[in-house]
Design a protein around this ligand. Structure first.
Ligand code: SF4
Length: 308
């Protein structure tokens, strides 16, 4: 393992590369990254990278986003098959037809798209949001227009609750956040009555309503940092997030809320990236994310949504 880590460090230098890793990557990958973060933090970090190559340890739409914001840089993704069930639940051609149908029916709306979507879907949007800035962007949409929110219906419902704004919701969801077991969560709460429950807004309402705090991963880090004395936190998001919480705020105890079908709730797409694939992609320069025609329009929307 030490040899592999040394090899990655040497290759990173040789290839003039910066490693960005999402909080849902294995701890060993987060550990050797130059930047870790949620989608918003990483998108912003990608614009400040000075090296010629970015290796994005995350899923495909994230690496695409890094490329859109850095057209002149080489962007590598350790495994090109690292997709996202949420992004896949909203194909661009289906969204385009749905928007046309709404327009034909006289509906006046703006499309607000969660960053977990393909470049082609981003290009059909008016705004792109992350769980970190969604509330603020929703409030920017003129009150006389409807909002079509895609693709996550749970995040959309949560935003309806916090902004009081009714939206047309696309029927997509994240396979990891969708399956938290409310029965297991309630059993954990009975066993640890003083524990505080944190849930990601991609979780369904039945999990959110039993939580003390709902927020994206960056917001979770800020929330636990406010507690100086040790606390038990029950965490309903992708299980690797516990590694990041543990390393930033080690005074607390973190307990993953289990899923219905599996005890750990790890994202199988994120898990496709491994240290070996990271080493290989630095060595071979592949797989690379290449510029696509739809990136230009998606880039404009991304820049005005996330970087201003
Ligand atoms: S955790 Fe869910 S939203 Fe995130 S990459 Fe995996 S499938 Fe997509």
């Amino acid at each position: 393992m030490t040899d592999l880590i040394q090899e990655i460090a040497d290759l990173k230098k040789r290839e003039d590369a910066t490693i960005l890793a999402h909080y849902y990557q294995d701890g060993e990958i987060q550990d050797l990254a130059d930047f870790t973060g949620d989608s918003l933090k990483l998108a912003r970090a990608a614009t400040r990278v000075s090296t010629g190559t970015i290796v994005f340890c995350g899923v495909h739409f994230m690496a695409e986003t890094a490329k859109m914001l850095n057209p002149e840089k080489r962007v590598l993704l350790p495994d090109l098959q690292a997709g996202c069930s949420l992004a896949e639940s909203c194909p661009a051609n289906k969204l385009f037809r749905y928007q046309e149908m709404l327009r034909e029916n006289g509906r006046r709306f703006q499309t607000v798209t969660y960053i977990n979507s393909s470049a082609a879907v981003k290009a059909l949007s008016d705004w792109i949001v992350t769980s970190g800035n969604a509330e603020e962007i929703i409030r920017r949409v003129p009150a006389d227009l409807e909002i079509l929110f895609v693709p996550d219906r749970h995040l959309g419902q949560y935003l309806e609750e916090v902004t009081g704004r009714k939206m047309i919701l696309w029927d997509g969801s994240c396979m990891v956040h969708e399956i938290f077991s409310v029965n297991d969560l309630l059993a954990m709460k009975r066993k640890m009555p003083t524990a505080i429950t944190l849930a990601h807004p991609e979780c369904p309402a039945n999990i959110r309503e039993h939580s003390d705090f709902v927020g994206g991963t960056e917001a979770m880090i800020r929330y636990v940092a406010d507690y100086k004395e040790p606390v038990d936190f029950l965490v309903a998001t992708e299980a690797n997030m516990l590694w990041q919480l543990q390393s930033q705020q080690p005074q607390h105890r973190y307990h993953p809320v289990p899923g219905i079908t599996c005890a750990c709730n790890k994202c199988p797409h994120m898990a496709r990236n491994t240290l070996v694939k990271l080493r290989d992609c630095l060595q071979t320069g592949k797989p690379e994310i290449h510029w696509q025609p739809e990136f230009a329009r998606a880039r404009e929307i991304l820049q005005r949504s996330l970087l201003k």
